[in-house]
Design a protein around this ligand. Structure first.
Ligand code: NAD
Length: 256
């Protein structure tokens, strides 16, 4: 039997990148997967069709998690589908902003915190009554929360101070939620990916971006979405039953 057979899972931002690979990994493990998306309906529906074609169960759900009502909209839809039980909640949706510190605007800062921190905060809050003994919550943090990627200050090198701060906030929430929800049997962990080849890290498609990335890492290749998805699937599974409150680097040994 697969590790997630009979389980229900929600993955936010699952239309592409790390979220898509995670939804695929959980579906392959046997879970019914709720494929959340913000605006890419076609990509989300194609993933659901792919999951069903392989004999799995999937549904696509839309909500803008940067919007104050987004979390409540999403949780209403989740409740309609799973009724009373959510086993796996992966808060993956996020945005980034690469710019010099001097060039960050208040609007961009607020949008980053709304999407990357307020969104997951209220998604977990709204879905709490569906979580119970054995449920696993996984947040998607970042290497940027514990170290400075790249070499900001040099010409052309991006910097992510506000984005990094949103991920630092998630790392804090992991500890608080793990402690508060542990007595109910709910585990809360995060993965902290390094640079992963997705639309968000499109600089890996340039020679300079690739060289910079490899110079930070012990392992000399660019990380793939499935490298992160497999670890999320482990944290979602019974195999990680004694792990909670952990922020697990998934970064090929970056910035050691
Ligand atoms: P991506 O841009 O390919 O995917 C992000 C997903 O989030 C998309 O599906 C997007 O639609 C969704 N999303 C963004 N804003 C949304 C909103 N307001 N409402 C609903 N959905 C929204 O990027 P990715 O690399 O797959 O990123 C996934 C997660 O991994 C993010 O939290 C990101 O911060 C984190 N991460 C990525 C990297 C990397 O190098 N790619 C490194 C560390 C952490």
């Amino acid at each position: 039997m697969s590790t997630a057979t009979g389980k229900t899972a929600l993955v936010t931002g699952a239309s592409r990148g790390i979220g898509r690979a995670t939804a695929q990994a959980l579906a392959n493990a046997g879970a019914q997967v709720l494929v959340h998306y913000g605006s890419s309906a076609a990509e989300a529906n194609s993933l659901v069709n792919e999951i069903r074609a392989l004999g799995g169960q999937g549904e696509a759900l839309q909500a803008d998690l940067g919007d104050p009502d987004g979390a409540a909209m999403l949780s209403d839809q989740v409740r309609m589908i799973v009724r009373d039980r959510l086993d796996i909640l992966v808060a993956n949706a996020g945005i980034t902003k690469a710019a010099a510190f001097e060039d960050h605007t208040i609007e961009e800062f607020d949008r980053l915190f709304a999407t990357n921190v307020r969104g997951p905060f209220f998604v977990v809050q709204q879905l709490l009554t569906l979580l119970g003994e054995g449920s696993s919550v996984i947040l998607v943090s970042s290497l940027a929360a514990r170290a400075v990627p790249g070499n900001p200050g040099q010409a052309g090198v991006p910097s992510f101070p506000a984005y990094a701060a949103t991920k630092g906030a998630l790392d804090t929430l992991v500890k608080h939620w793990a402690f508060a929800l542990g007595p109910r049997g709910i585990r809360v962990n995060a993965v902290a990916p390094g640079v992963i080849a997705t639309d968000m890290s499109s600089f890996t498609r340039t020679e300079g971006g690739r060289d910079l990335t490899l110079s930070m890492q012990a392992l000399k290749r660019i990380g793939e979405p499935s490298d992160v998805a497999d670890v999320i699937a482990f944290l979602a599974s019974e195999k990680s039953r004694w792990i909670t409150g952990v922020i697990l680097p998934v970064d090929g040994g970056s910035k050691l």
